[in-house]
Design a binder for this molecule. Structure first.
Ligand code: CMX
Length: 135
């Protein structure tokens, strides 16, 4: 794992949350993106080498909607940047972690991603992400 790439924060309203995080971080969101496969709208802020990702559900089937219903708004996941997501997935699987997808999938912000179930990571949802290199 190279570094914490971003922290994901589940929010009820992305516009309201954008205003709060713009004030907090002293900078504007550099990207807003809907991820259809995850049923979310995301907004990204740069903070030094790391990022903050705000996540709003687009429908009730979204993991974000379920999370907010159960636990309220707050930190939803920590994402670690990796060089080789296939190798890291294999390593974590062999270590006994439960991966939530068998193959990496396309996530927001030009990344291949894979989630690790929070039940084996002390209650924290972990994301692996690898930058998709443009050829
Ligand atoms: N962090 C910590 N715990 C979480 C969690 C999270 N983000 N989401 C759910 N949980 C906990 C719940 O509180 C619940 O705990 P208890 O059993 O103690 O009550 C348990 O996990 C099961 O919760 P659930 O509501 O029944 O949810 P599911 O089991 O259906 O799904 C999870 C949980 C993590 C498997 C699912 O949310 C998932 O697949 N997440 C990965 C995908 C995702 O989060 N996508 C949205 C973000 C996409 C992006 O970043 O672009």
């Amino acid at each position: 794992m190279k570094k914490i790439e971003h922290m994901g924060i589940a929010v009820k309203n992305i516009d309201d949350a954008n205003s709060i995080y713009e004030k907090l971080l002293g900078t504007s969101s550099y990207k807003t993106e809907e991820v259809l496969s995850e049923n979310v709208i995301t907004s990204f802020f740069k903070c030094g080498e790391s990022k903050i990702e705000l996540l709003q559900a687009t429908n009730e089937n979204s993991a974000i909607a379920k999370f907010i219903e159960k636990r309220g708004e707050g930190i939803h996941h920590i994402a670690f940047e990796v060089d080789d997501i296939h190798a890291e997935m294999k390593r974590l699987h062999n270590e006994g972690f439960v991966l939530l997808n068998e193959q990496p999938k396309q996530g927001a912000d030009n990344k291949l991603i894979c989630f690790v179930h929070p039940k084996n990571t002390n209650g924290v949802l972990i994301e692996l992400c690898q930058e998709i290199k443009q050829v």
